[in-house]
Unconditional design. Structure first.
Length: 237
């Protein structure tokens, strides 16, 4: 662990999905104390809110060195997001591409609000680092996942709080195959198995069918991306 990082605390934006679980493991390897925050924004795949706690418990049980660093979990109510406008992530509607070039799963302002609320919580908790699973490599074009957006937001948060607030995005330039590889590098087969069995990515919230890459409908964009990444990672191994 980097001695400078060991003196700092981190708050991970933790949904219970593959990417945020990889980010949580990444942070636990680097920081002395790591807390997690989730958001209830009226998401269609609410099952992820239950998966969050399962993943945390499994991480603590399987990795004692991380259990000692894993701090409190927080769940914030942002259901106002769903009331501001209907999307395919907050209502039963088709997942499709829209005229503006973005998929109907895009929730305007979601990550901007997530990070703003996370920074407010972090400030109160004496935490200096926010960690998120945003990625500009394998993504659907969401503008609030782009590196430039997050760098600008880091500056705005630090200025607005009058305190340094670092936004770390360890997956920003990784594709899904590389995310699977990072997971294995951080925690070996045990962490890979945990991600497959307990994390949730499917936009439709389906947990019934178990694939070799995890649970999900197998057809929504999130499932397809996760499945393709898993296949590419296994092929390269």
């Amino acid at each position: 662990m980097n001695p400078a990082a060991a003196q700092r605390h981190a708050l991970v934006l933790f949904s219970g999905g593959q990417d945020s679980t990889a980010c949580l493991a990444w942070a636990l390897e680097r920081y002395e104390r790591v807390e997690t925050v989730g958001f209830d924004y009226g998401q269609r795949h609410r099952i992820e809110l239950a998966c969050r706690q399962v993943v945390r418990r499994q991480l603590a049980a399987s990795f004692p060195r991380w259990a000692a660093r894993l701090g409190d979990d927080h769940l914030l109510d942002l259901t106002t997001l769903a009331k501001l406008g209907e999307t395919a992530l907050t209502a039963e509607r088709a997942i499709e591409w829209q005229a503006n070039g973005l998929p109907s799963t895009f929730v305007p302002g979601r990550n901007l609000l997530f990070l703003t609320f996370a920074a407010t919580l972090a400030y109160r908790r004496g935490v200096q680092v926010l960690v998120g699973g945003m990625c500009e490599t394998d993504y659907s074009g969401y503008p609030d996942c782009r590196d430039n957006t997050l760098k600008a937001l880091q500056v705005a948060l630090s200025l607005g709080l009058d305190a340094p607030m670092t936004v770390e995005t360890p997956l920003m330039w990784l594709d899904k195959a590389q995310t699977w590889a990072l997971t294995e590098a951080l925690g070996g087969q045990a962490l890979t198995d945990l991600v497959v069995e307990h994390t949730h990515t499917c936009y439709r919230g389906e947990r019934g069918l178990r694939h070799d890459w995890g649970h999900g409908c197998g057809h929504c964009p999130a499932c397809l991306l996760r499945a393709r990444g898993h296949a590419a990672w296994r092929a390269a191994a």
